[in-house]
Design a protein around this ligand. Structure first.
Ligand SMILES: [Zn+2]
Ligand SMILES: [Zn+2]
Length: 417
């Protein structure tokens, strides 16, 4: 087929064709099953929100807000943004709908599309899918460990190997003050040698400098937040590690792992897979005890994470599966076509996937189509079958054919064995 259209999908987006969609569906089913086993409740939220939601909640100084958002004006001149991450919307929902009235603890999960204007690369798209979970109302390190475990459960169920867990504690606003002071004095005089982003972060959000991939070696002697933890934060971190041990979850402590905004607190973690190369992060999360209050709610602790499904798909073992249909109908004339159509509809009602040729092409063409659709069974009806009140049922895997009465219950019984 040499036909070409001038239209192509936009760079950074992707089409998911039927064979791949089967895999996606399987993955999404596993995510739902696992998340619900932890009593996380599914939420779905809009593709776009007021730009200010992300400015305030994701944070002005983050790369996401600074350079990656798809922001546009609607006809009324309001600034809107396609959601680049899930937490802001979940927090907005929680506050807007008064979900805090439903109990002390709220556990949510989502499977949503996100949008960021990043440079497209392997497993990284501008429109991408994430699953995530957020627990609002628990200050306990048990919650953080439970969140970690829920993501690991998904990886395990999908047979995704080689996932490593990195963890850290970035303290709370109280103990962070001392750390930031120390960090700033360490950085003074070194700023000229650091990258542009680090220089910007020095003023806006110095903790984030630890995260810099470019200046990593220059910063190897920099102070880290875990050296400055207050008693409460240290105990929380110890408790988190103990809980992970209890769950037999292996982890690395990465003292430079930060999520650098004021309302991120204590626990931070990330899931990495070394086989993904430099873009090895699958997802991560942490505690954000100060965010709900900052967004206008009561002082409420919270914790959560997100995982990129597109990247996860790169690690998923096995190949795309073939599409297939349970039953394909092959008929010889108008009368048998009608009789077959009736059987088809009854089978569909009973949950079998069925199809037929709507254009009544030749028998040979119908069989070819049954092959293309990977039909497990073919029901064949001709003049002779109509006369005798039977159908021919062919098992396509075994190649065996059997004559059975033209009765739905008898056909179903046969299909089930
Ligand atoms: Zn602290
Ligand atoms: Zn830098």
């Amino acid at each position: 087929m040499g036909l070409k259209s001038e239209f192509k999908n936009i760079k950074g987006t992707r089409d998911i064709l039927p064979e791949e969609a089967i895999r996606w569906k399987k993955v999404e089913d596993v995510i739902r099953k696992k998340m619900e086993s932890y009593n996380f409740q599914e939420v779905r939220f809009p593709a776009f929100e007021a730009t200010d939601l992300f400015r305030k909640s994701t944070g002005e100084s983050t790369d996401i807000v600074k350079k990656e958002m798809f922001t546009f004006e609607d006809m009324g001149g309001r600034s809107l943004t396609l959601k680049p991450e899930g937490t802001p919307s979940v927090v907005r929902m929680y506050l807007q709908h008064g979900l805090f009235n439903r109990g002390a603890l709220q556990k949510f999960y989502y499977i949503e599309r996100m949008f960021r204007q990043e440079r497209p690369q392997k497993g990284r798209y501008r429109e991408f899918r994430q699953f995530g979970a957020e627990v609002i109302g628990s200050v306990s390190a048990e919650t953080d460990a439970e969140l970690v475990k829920s993501a690991l459960d998904v990886f395990k169920e999908l047979n995704i190997k080689g996932i490593e867990l990195n963890i850290n504690s970035i303290g709370c606003p109280r103990c962070r003050k001392d750390f930031v002071k120390e960090l700033k004095s360490f950085l003074k005089g070194k700023l000229n040698g650091l990258c542009e982003d680090c220089n910007r972060r020095y003023a806006e959000n110095p903790m984030r400098i630890l995260d810099c991939k470019i200046d990593r070696t220059k910063l190897k002697d920099a102070p880290v937040p875990s050296d400055f933890l207050c008693d409460e934060c240290r105990e929380h971190f110890e408790d988190f590690k103990k809980r992970l041990d209890f769950l037999k979850i292996k982890f690395n402590i990465d003292s430079r792992l930060v999520r650098g905004l004021d309302y991120y607190t204590k626990t931070v973690f990330e899931f990495v897979n070394t086989s993904l190369g430099s873009q090895n992060e699958l997802g991560g999360g942490g505690r954000y005890d100060e965010l709900i209050k900052f967004m206008g709610g009561e002082d409420t602790p919270a914790s959560g994470y997100a995982v990129g499904i597109d990247r996860m798909m790169l690690l998923l073992p096995g190949k795309d599966e073939k599409i297939s249909v349970d039953v394909y109908l092959v008929t010889f004339d108008v009368e048998s076509d009608l009789a077959g159509f009736e059987i088809l509809n009854e089978l569909r009602e009973r949950g079998f996937s069925c199809d037929k040729d709507p254009m009544r092409r030749s028998v040979k063409a119908q069989f070819r189509e049954a092959d293309r659709q990977n039909a497990k069974w073919v029901i064949i009806i001709g003049e002779n079958e109509i006369k005798r009140g039977v159908v021919q049922l062919k098992n396509m895997n075994k190649g065996k054919q059997k004559e059975i009465p033209m009765e739905i219950d008898k056909i179903v019984k046969e299909l089930k064995c």
